[in-house]
Design a protein around this ligand. Structure first.
Ligand code: UD1
Length: 422
């Protein structure tokens, strides 16, 4: 398994291009299963999770061509030749469950293995299943698989209120509703930019959707969808991660393609910690206002709140802030696995259930640490960039799921970082 070696090297400055969003792309790709005409995505990120989704779609009979060095995904799903999403692919990535809604909506049946993914809590899929049941799906959970059939051969519109916000369940239901008979109203729906992006793409494909970006989505089912071309929205988590580079190391970084509306709550916390974020013609420019950053309290929430996917990276910053910060994780029950690793680098962190209390130290020290999940791995790289000495982050396969060319992007700003091939 590869590792990443980082040497703390003082202030970092430069420009970093931000890729298309992994999480948007992972929900836009299964939308190809909804119609027999081509769906082309531009601005796709080059990541191992995208390769896994490609493999999954191909196993179902879709054609997926990666063009222009992976930036363009040309997909076509003339027929769904196989309606079984196999355990061997699904276990690698939780987002695989997103093929369930589209297959069920188009052909009235699907069999999907129960998913795996990051080890950040139980992460059940009960909401995905309940909303599809409300739309007339008959489900049978057998041998680790969901066997789903649409009663009467086609899903029907329904009014469904999510008991709590789920990004993936909203996406599955939204895709399924586009081809259901009648109107679907999804209440307490997720409002993430990735949902807005999916709704816009589906509308280009002929879907009738209102309310994206609000907590109520109304979908009028149509008989068929058609082909479309759609650019994947900017990755707000990659954006937020690179915004933290000058915050934690000093210097000034311009994130090309960055948009403030994608990271509003996060930018507000940076501002409170003493980091300025300004809009430029090309994106967002970030620098510390004065010297050391100051402690802030952070609570993760569904969009437009502070994203859970930036909590680990923000914790790395707060390890070096003056004062005591409290981070509260409200989305996942086990998402502080980076805390013991940061502690190995000299951070002072105490975790109590869903809260972590971080007492900032003047300087972190390089150490050998282990990446435990995708966002945790990049938080350790950020900490390593700000630490004295050498940090080796092992198990970086997690990183490759969500960050493309991370060493190259950081080196362009003056970072000393290299990959050690196993
Ligand atoms: C998506 C993102 C992930 C992000 C998360 C929250 C993708 C591919 N992944 O994951 O990076 O961290 O949103 O912003 O887009 N839950 C249930 N039952 C369900 C579904 C979810 O109990 O059926 C729980 C989860 O365990 C979690 C919470 O609801 O505690 C939110 O999960 P959800 O919004 O569904 O996350 P994902 O869509 O899996």
């Amino acid at each position: 398994m590869d590792s990443i070696l980082v040497r703390g090297n003082g202030a970092l400055s430069g420009a970093i291009p931000i890729a298309g969003a992994k999480n948007a792309c992972l929900t836009l790709m299964p939308a190809t299963l909804l119609c027999d005409e081509p769906l082309t995505l531009t601005n796709a990120p080059r990541l191992s999770d995208i390769a896994t989704m490609t493999q999954l779609l191909q196993s179902l009979g879709a054609e997926v061509a990666s063009l222009q060095n992976g930036l363009v995904l040309a997909m076509s799903s003339h027929d769904i030749a196989n309606h079984i999403a196999d355990y061997d692919i699904v276990r690698k990535m939780r987002a695989s469950i997103l093929v369930l809604g589209p297959m069920l909506a188009r052909d009235g049946h699907a069999v999907v293995s129960l998913p795996g993914g990051c080890a950040i809590g139980a992460r059940p899929v009960d909401l995905h299943l309940r909303v599809l049941e409300a739309m007339g799906a008959v489900l049978d959970l057998r041998d680790g698989y969901v066997h789903a059939k649409a009663a009467g051969g086609r899903l029907k519109g329904a009014v469904f209120e999510f008991p709590f916000v789920s990004v993936g369940a909203t996406e599955n239901a939204l895709m399924a509703a586009t081809l259901a008979r009648g109107t679907t109203v999804l209440k307490n729906a997720a409002r993430e930019p990735e949902i807005v992006d999916l709704a816009r793409c589906l509308r280009k494909m002929g879907a009738e959707i209102e309310g994206e970006g609000t907590s109520t989505l109304t979908i009028q089912g149509v008989d068929r969808l058609h082909g479309a071309t759609h650019p994947v929205v900017t990755d707000r988590i990659e954006l937020g991660t690179y915004m933290l580079v000058p915050a934690i190391c000093g210097g000034e970084v311009e994130c090309i393609g960055g948009r403030l509306d994608l990271v509003g709550a996060f930018a507000e916390k940076l501002d409170a910690a003493g980091v300025s974020v300004t809009e430029t013609d090309r994106g967002l420019k970030v620098a510390r206002k004065n010297g050391r950053v100051t402690a802030v309290n952070v609570t993760t929430e569904p969009f437009p709140g502070f994203p859970t996917d930036l909590q680990a990276q923000m914790m790395a910053l707060l390890c070096t802030a003056s004062g005591v910060s409290v981070l509260e994780e409200k989305i996942f029950e086990n998402r502080f696995m980076h805390a013991p690793e940061l502690t190995r680098m000299g951070a002072r962190i105490e975790v109590h259930g869903g809260h972590a209390t971080v007492t900032g130290v003047e300087k972190l020290r390089g150490a050998r640490v282990m990446a435990t999940d995708l966002r945790a791995s990049v938080s350790l790289i950020l900490a390593g960039l700000a630490a004295e000495g050498e940090t080796v982050v092992s198990r970086v396969y997690h990183l490759d799921r969500g960050y493309e060319r991370v060493e190259e992007k950081l080196r362009a700003c003056g970072a000393q970082i290299e990959r050690i091939k196993a």
